[in-house]
Write a protein that binds this ligand. Structure first.
Ligand code: PEP
Length: 254
């Protein structure tokens, strides 16, 4: 049985005070008894990682960074290394989010280096892949995602690959209010698992968690998470308010 995972990606939202308040509201609303099996991770801004880590851990959450630099240290003003992320108590790091790929020009090659750096610092990469609308409309979505997988991750040893979490996030669904249908989500998750199977074999392909992300909300979460190859979600907008986020967490397995 694969672990069910929900990750909140706060992006560039929430001051420290607002973040602390949101964590408070989420923990108050969560029915921890029924959801003890769900791994809940919150990814605030870098600047809040250390301040939120203790409070989150105390309340049964893990903490993730939204990015890290690919080099371990040096004269890179304004950047944050994987080692620095790990030193805050974070155990996870999102790598390759489409906003990083789009707005900051992050290539598969660079992302592969970030994955290496994260793993060397004992962080679990949450690696994001997903096609854009042009690729989907041209029926090139499977190809596009396979390329991201191969170039970003397939250099890893089986042992390292087995440590990852993958998030399928179709770019056209992120922050748009348009969600992938159950058929589209399950189809792609199945494709990703079969590509992993070809490269790393069944033991790894059947155990690696693959999350769905893209306009997930309390109304559509349940049917998306019920797909056989969907192991949870990476949640953006709906993770910024407690009732929606808690409803999404509670929709897993219910
Ligand atoms: C995301 O940014 O990872 C995401 C899934 O955003 P949203 O839920 O807002 O579409």
């Amino acid at each position: 049985m694969r672990k069910k995972i929900i990750i909140a990606n706060w992006k560039m939202n929430k001051t420290l005070g607002e973040g602390l308040q949101l964590v408070e509201e989420i923990t108050k609303e969560l029915n921890t008894q029924t959801q003890s099996d769900v791994l809940k991770i919150i990814a605030p801004s870098f600047i809040h990682l250390a301040s939120l880590a203790d409070k989150l851990k105390l309340n049964g959450f893990e903490i993730a960074a939204q990015n890290c630099h690919h080099i371990s240290k040096g004269a890179y003003t304004g950047e944050v290394s994987a080692e620095m992320v790990a030193s805050t108590g974070a155990k996870y790091v999102i790598i390759g989010h489409s906003e990083r790929r789009m707005y900051f020009g992050e290539s598969n090659d660079l992302l592969a280096q970030k994955v290496n750096s994260a793993l060397s610092n004992n962080l679990t990469p949450v690696f994001c892949i997903g096609e854009n609308l042009t690729e989907r409309n041209a029926n090139k979505h499977l190809e596009a995602v396979t390329k991201q997988l191969k170039e970003g991750l397939f250099h890893l040893s089986p042992t390292d690959f087995g440590k990852l979490i993958i998030a399928y996030e179709p770019v056209w669904a992120i922050g748009t209010g348009v969600t992938a249908t159950v058929h589209q989500a399950q189809g792609m998750h199945n494709h990703i698992r079969s590509e992993i199977n070809k490269k790393y074999g069944k033991d790894i392909s059947s155990t690696i968690p693959i999350l769905y992300g893209g306009s997930c909300n309390p109304k559509n979460a349940k049917e998306l998470f019920a797909c056989i190859d969907v192991d949870g979600g990476l949640i953006g907008g709906a993770s910024l308010n407690a009732p929606d986020f808690v409803a999404i967490v509670n929709s897993i397995g219910n």
